[in-house]
Design a protein around this ligand. Structure first.
Ligand SMILES: [Zn+2]
Length: 276
């Protein structure tokens, strides 16, 4: 991934999405915000125990650096579901300035409307950003192990196909910083659920030296989910940045024992984007 810094705010970008001048996308990090303690410093999540006013200042600064209005940021109340929301002018800006107005019970957002910045939040879970440059459609997905096994990424791709006529073979995808296969220990419950949900684990669950423990490869699982949908391997970029190994850069719920902030992954069609 490439890193840009503006006013102390460090944002990460996928090389494969950055090639498209008609979109903006980013993944925020811990740097450049106002929060203190475990939320230091660019916590973009309300409801995690941080001061709401400070979170609002962090989001305002994020919007400022992105050169958009905070009311363009659009957030969901994420529940580890496979529910996808199609974002129209009415839903634009949901959850931008408070938690209560977030789109309920949703873990993926898609739109073809320029000027709407689709945002997902995470601290170890996988952010996926999707773009169909042919139909000019974008998607943002939050996939932890539950969402991954519920196939939230597949739901997003299918929604893009059904709603906007996207062909998966055109979609460009980024799998962002999250708890990687170096660190993501899970128990028997996840192994059982993965077997039930996926059948063939295809290297998604790996052996762990301790009995009853496994390594769940969230990156590979989501990569396979995207390729199974028909997205070409060459269109998918994996950040290879583990939030647990790099907890000084990204918020990691596991490293920080559950009390931590949230990074945001966002994608937006620029308002000047010409749609055919
Ligand atoms: Zn790691």
């Amino acid at each position: 991934m490439e890193k840009t810094t503006a006013e102390g705010l460090e944002l990460y970008h996928f090389a494969n999405l950055k090639k498209f001048g008609e979109i903006n996308h980013f993944i925020s990090s811990r740097a450049g915000g106002f929060s203190k303690g475990p939320f230091k410093s660019m916590n973009t999540g309300f409801h995690v125990g941080d001061n709401d006013w400070i979170v609002l200042q962090n989001r305002k600064k994020l919007a400022e650096v992105l050169r958009i209005d905070i009311s363009q940021l659009t957030f969901a109340h994420q529940t580890h579901s496979s529910n996808i929301a199609i974002i129209d002018h009415v839903k634009k800006g949901s959850g931008s300035t408070n938690y209560e107005s977030s789109i309920p019970n949703t873990d993926g957002l898609v739109t073809n409307i320029p000027g709407i910045c689709l945002c997902v939040q995470m601290a170890d879970c996988v952010p996926l950003l999707l773009y169909d440059p042919v139909n000019k459609v974008i998607g943002a997905v939050h996939a932890g192990w539950r969402g991954t096994l519920r196939k939230v990424a597949e739901s997003a791709v299918k929604t893009m196909a059904y709603t906007y006529g996207c062909s998966p073979s055109d979609i460009i995808a980024g799998i962002g910083p999250s708890n990687g296969p170096c660190c993501y220990e899970v128990g028997e419950d996840v192994n059982t659920e993965a077997l039930r949900s996926l059948g063939d684990l295809k290297g998604i669950i790996k052996e762990h030296p301790q009995p009853g423990k496994y390594i769940f490869d969230q990156w590979h699982a989501n990569f396979l989910q995207l390729t199974d949908c028909g997205i070409p391997e060459k269109n998918i970029e994996i950040s290879d940045l583990c939030s647990h190994c790099h907890s000084d850069t990204f918020f990691s719920s596991r490293k920080d024992s559950g009390i931590t902030g949230r990074t945001t992954a966002g994608i937006m069609l620029k308002e000047s984007a010409c749609r055919g």
